[in-house]
Design a protein around this ligand. Structure first.
Ligand code: ADP
Ligand code: MG
Length: 615
């Protein structure tokens, strides 16, 4: 190759000098991103050429394949990235590599001045395009020939220190060949394996072939950009395993694209099993963010809401800059918008699955429902949509079968105003408790909640379809009257006197004593009178020895004036007051046991012996 003119020296624009200064002096650890940046430039240049081939009659070196060739030389400590794309003329070299006009460096500088810090991490987020090469380079040479036939080849050279040179050179292939002479401490990038690893990480889906030292690197296609009617199930599964580093087969997949309000191509997967199930660590968000097949962020934190952290896959949007930043408000708003569109679409997908493939959905829910519950409780923007997707067993379902809240509402009695639920460790515990019977007697359905988050979820969701969600074991629950046979029940005056006596006898152990309309088969029930702490919460706090479990219990005791035990008590109250007092205490303890609230059983044992003595 011969040069026809002597090299000409140029100064970088002041802003570029600033960028270079930061890049060169940064101790940024992920220096490998320069590979991503240069490959994405190469891919852009090839894309532009492909376009020109459709419209231009004459293109320089037109026989060349549209590919990217990378070579490493660990003796010379160089790495070379060559593409057969559009290349650059002398003017374009000056314009594109010497000024800030086109480059992503503009946004970098803006963020830098906004954040007011010389933050090396910004390099990672922005990439800083072409200049990132200077993180690892002693010198960079760009050998290039434009696609235009009448333009000579050029060599651009710089050590990044303020100026660069351009000289004309014959014998160049079309496109750009970037030769990086590595700094000694960055010599690792002249090793085949190091570049390979980096390409696999960032550039696995670039659509032009990438060859490293003669070997093809990117063999997996960017499936998300293909037409879904042409993709086989096995291809999806293979992609999932590759992209999510997964060993299982996906349970669900959702492949969609949208043009408005943003251009989106997304391919999402739900794994077979919940990875957090066995107490494993909390998953990281793992839907990766791409811009035209080049990865921007493998684990973007601000894309999807937290509760969707079980999703895998890829979101690609042309509307995102490759150098998107979490710091820039504009970019954050863009990510937010993107996240909202994807979340809405995924929720709609689940709704369709629940409707048309119910068994599969129920299986999904038993594995991943916990995430939906988290979403219903804290993702205010999607609460209604998520609540529709929740499933619970109920007093009307069989064991192991569930209902949606919508179906519950459709079965509600005309006089029923609220949605009732009970919390307990399992079905048997709830069914044998005293709280269900009054609701059952009125034909009111009750949702059964077995998970420790359920109480939190119910308290946060608060209502569904305009109906309040109400814990059926709370003292405030007002049930409409059911006609109960008054026959054989205590009369009004007897009941009143028994209630007064009970309050006096039990003292501070109860807040209130009332006659109950809700009881059918039980003599008495203890109802939580504490607005701020449910019995369930109290048990949990006790279990973890948390503050608050020591505050005195506040319960209301409700008695059943139709029950034989209560009738006997009313009689004994006058005939054998001492024994009656023991029985009253025991009735309260029994009610507390049923509610899971008895804290110290030792007194009870002594009392029972006393009662047994009198038999
Ligand atoms: P960006 O890619 O965001 O525009 P870069 O700093 O990566 O910013 O690149 C600056 C410009 O240099 C590009 O816009 C492009 O015009 C030009 N360029 C970089 N690499 C190549 C290449 N391999 N072939 C042709 N043009 C290139
Ligand atoms: Mg670029």
């Amino acid at each position: 190759m011969s040069t026809t003119q002597s090299p000409q020296k140029y100064e970088f624009q002041a802003e570029i000098k600033q960028v270079l200064d930061i890049v060169i002096h940064s101790l940024y650890t992920e220096k490998e991103i320069f590979v991503r940046e240069l490959v994405s430039n190469a891919s852009d240049a090839l894309e532009k050429l492909r376009h020109l081939q459709l419209t231009e009659k004459s293109i320089y070196d037109d026989k060349l394949d549209l590919e990217i060739n990378i070579t490493t030389d660990d003796k010379a400590k160089t790495v070379t990235i060559q593409d057969f794309g559009v290349g650059m003329t002398r003017d374009e070299l000056v314009e594109n590599l010497g000024t800030v006009a086109h480059s992503g460096s503009k946004a970098f500088l803006k963020a830098l001045s906004e954040s007011g810090q010389k933050n090396a991490n910004l390099i990672g987020q922005f990439g800083v395009g072409f200049y990132s090469a200077f993180m690892v380079a002693k010198s960079v040479k760009v050998y290039t020939h434009s696609w235009k036939n009448d333009q000579p080849g050029q060599i651009w050279t710089s050590d990044g220190s303020g100026s660069y040179e351009i000289e004309e050179a014959d014998g160049q292939r079309r496109g750009a060949k970037i030769v990086i002479e590595l700094k000694d401490e960055c010599a690792e990038f002249s090793q085949d394996w190091r570049i390979k690893e980096t390409l696999e990480r960032y550039s696995a889906f670039v659509s032009f072939p990438i060859n490293l030292n003669g070997k093809r690197i990117n063999t997996v296609q960017a499936l998300w950009l293909r037409n879904k009617n042409e993709i086989k199930d096995e291809e999806y599964t293979e992609f999932y395993k590759f992209q999510a580093h997964a060993g299982d087969e996906p349970r669900y997949r959702l492949h969609f694209s949208a043009d408005a309000p943003l251009s989106i191509n997304a391919l999402l997967f739900v794994p077979k099993e919940n990875p957090e199930k066995f107490g494993f660590a909390r998953s990281e968000p793992s839907v990766s963010l791409y811009c035209r097949k080049v990865m921007i962020d493998a684990k973007p934190k601000d894309l999807l809401p937290e509760w969707l952290r079980f999703l895998k896959g890829v979101v690609d949007s042309e509307d995102l800059p490759l150098n998107i930043s979490r710091e820039s408000m504009q970019d954050k708003a863009l990510l937010d918008k993107l996240g909202k569109v994807i979340t809405k679409r995924f929720l709609k997908f689940l709704e369709e699955e629940a409707k048309s493939r119910t068994d599969g959905y129920n299986e999904f829910f038993s594995e991943f429902g916990i995430y939906l519950k988290e979403g219903a409780a804290i993702d205010f923007g999607h609460k209604d949509q998520i609540t529709k997707l929740l499933r619970y067993e109920s007093s009307l379902t069989e064991k192991g079968k569930t209902t949606s809240l919508a179906d519950y509402v459709s079965r509600m009695q005309s006089e029923q105003k609220e949605i009732y639920y009970l919390i307990g460790s399992n079905r048997a515990a709830i069914e044998s408790g005293p709280y269900l019977e009054g609701l059952k007697a009125r034909n009111f359905e009750v949702l059964f909640c077995y998970e420790s988050v359920d109480e939190y979820v119910m308290n946060n969701v608060r209502e569904f379809d305009g109906k309040k969600l109400v814990a059926a074991d709370h003292a405030d629950v007002k049930l409409p009257d059911v006609p109960q046979s008054k026959e054989g029940a205590l009369g009004e005056a007897e009941t009143k006197s028994l209630l007064d006596w009970l309050k006096q006898t039990l003292g501070d152990r109860v807040a209130e004593v009332k006659a109950s309309e809700r009881l059918v088969d039980s003599p008495a029930v203890a109802l939580n009178a504490d607005k701020f702490m449910s019995p369930h919460m109290r048990r949990m706090m006790k279990a973890i020895n948390k503050e608050g479990s020591e505050t005195p219990l506040r319960v209301n005791l409700e008695i059943n004036p139709r029950h034989a035990v209560i009738k006997r008590l009313a009689a004994a109250q006058t005939s054998a007051p001492d024994k009656a007092a023991l029985v009253a205490e025991q009735i309260l303890d029994n009610a507390l046991i049923a509610a899971g609230l008895l804290e110290d059983p030792t007194k009870m044992v002594a009392r029972i012996y006393k009662l047994l003595e009198s038999v």
